[in-house]
Design a protein around this ligand. Structure first.
Ligand code: HEM
Ligand code: HEM
Length: 160
């Protein structure tokens, strides 16, 4: 079994340019609409009429959120399972996958949780994970690419 694995190229885990760029664009839309929403929401007084921009921002945010979970799903087999089986970039990958799961879970909370406790927790979790996500993804990608370059070097120039 071991020998057979050595004869084959490892299953690909590369992410195509268009999928990678779509992910960046969606994240940008999510962070920008979330941040803008927070700024308006926190600067308007309690008894003021709701700013119509708020609901537009959430319409955009919600749409981008659905597309993002859909896109993240396409990473599962071609990327996550293959990388995990090859033992590559597991720690940063697990954090990234965990971050994606937490942002979706807390997004669910924003829709359906009521009351101070649970609702407040979902909000904080959503903001903290949401604003950390771009940095987390950047760390994950930088680490993964660095590892790939190092593996290539070892394969091309084996030490005696
Ligand atoms: C346990 C989970 C994961 C593992 C083990 C993992 C592993 C890796 C590895 C090994 C690389 C470097 C690939 C290369 O050789 O270029 C990489 C890059 C990348 N990962 Fe992950 N990953 C995981 C989760 C995720 C998730 C959840 C996302 C986003 C939805 C993601 C998005 C990316 C992207 C966009 C790249 C850059 C690929 C490129 O250079 O073109 N990964 N990951
Ligand atoms: C896949 C990723 C994401 C999902 C599934 C998601 C989901 C949601 C959902 C369902 C809502 C409630 C919408 C509404 O009340 O109409 C929401 C609100 C919000 N999201 Fe996201 N979101 C994601 C990413 C992000 C990111 C990256 C940020 C970055 C800051 C963010 C910040 C916010 C903020 C500030 C709100 C308003 C929160 C509130 O009502 O207190 N979200 N999100």
């Amino acid at each position: 079994m071991k020998n057979r694995q050595h004869q084959h190229r490892p299953a690909s885990l590369r992410v195509g340019k268009s999928r990678r760029r779509s992910l960046y664009l969606l994240l940008l839309v999510l962070v920008a609409s979330g941040l803008w929403w927070l700024l308006i929401h926190n600067s308007s007084s309690e008894d003021a009429l709701p700013n119509p921009l708020l609901s537009w921002l959430m319409k955009i945010h919600g749409g981008a959120a659905m597309l993002t979970t859909f896109l993240a799903g396409t990473f599962l087999y071609t990327h996550i399972v293959n990388a995990w089986q090859q033992g590559r970039n597991r720690i940063a990958g697990a954090f990234t996958a965990g971050g994606m799961a937490l942002i979706a879970l807390s997004g669910y909370g924003l829709y359906y949780f009521d009351g101070e406790g649970l609702r407040g927790m979902a909000e904080w979790l959503h903001w903290i994970v949401g604003f950390s996500l771009p940095a987390l993804l950047w760390w994950h990608i930088a680490r993964g690419r660095k590892q790939r370059r190092e593996t290539r070097k070892i394969v091309n120039f084996p030490h005696p």
